[in-house]
Write a protein that binds this ligand. Sequence first.
Ligand code: SAM
Length: 284
Amino acid sequence: MSRHARTDSAHISPSAHYTGYVWYRHQLADPAFATTFGRWVHGLLAPITWGARVGFGLDIENFLLQRHLLIDARLTAAIEQGGVRQVVEIACGLSPRGQRFCQRYPELRYLEADLPAMAARKRLLLHSEGWLNGLHQVQSVNILAEQGAQSLTALFAGLDHNEPVLVITEGLVNYFERPVIEGFWTRLAQQLNQFPQGTYLTELYPDLREHPRYRQLRWGVGLVGRLTRGNYPLHYRNAEEIVAAFSNCGFRATQVLDPSEHGAALGLPPMSLPSLVRVIEARV
Ligand SMILES: C[S@@+](CC[C@H](N)C(=O)[O-])C[C@H]1O[C@@H](n2cnc3c(N)ncnc32)[C@H](O)[C@@H]1O
């Protein structure tokens, strides 16, 4: 791992407190997942999210819910219809998904992973609530690490390589420049190829120039970048570019799911604008 990679993405971690608080606010998480910092950031951003909603019809929390609930729905289908019994959630942050799914499916093996500091925090949280056990665990990982204790190889080493596996990342992809995230996807596809079936679920924000609120989107993206002291690049123009990119990284079948087409099934309110986010389901 290069020195640059080692220090490059810890600045993203505070954003997990904000999303964790949003999941809690929308009854998707136990109060244990809501932090004081998450509540504070949510309050700080409230005038902006209100302005975006009232002024431009852009409901930021609704966009977050679209991705979260669609990933949940695809994970549920993979477990109930696809025979998936082991899940790895990378960049888990303060997401309650692992706890919710382990409660719903007690036989499920669920490995949560994040940078060391966030992983330690999540482990403590789950442990103090009595939610960790032999099947539900937390491990450190750095998606930028090409070898060593925090690499994908180390993360996947303890899994059952005779069983299908499903990997999730949520709220991670757009924080990285395209060559960096595609490097991660290539290493991930190599890992997934060691299982009889490997599926990857993620969300990404494409560069939807034809979207009626594109200018506001660019402004919002700039704001996310400034708040997280980094950058928030939008990588692909459309579904074709996304499918081609995943194919180049070693995924043989990729679906690009638009939450606008699934909103009612997810229990979301009717959308007045096309969704800005896409959920990707890619298989090796
Ligand atoms: C926006 S948060 C999303 C958290 C959670 N998935 C959610 O949706 O609520 C981004 C997460 O990515 C993690 N992260 C940042 N850089 C990472 C890296 N190089 N490897 C693994 N995780 C990373 C952060 O620590 C943080 O928990």
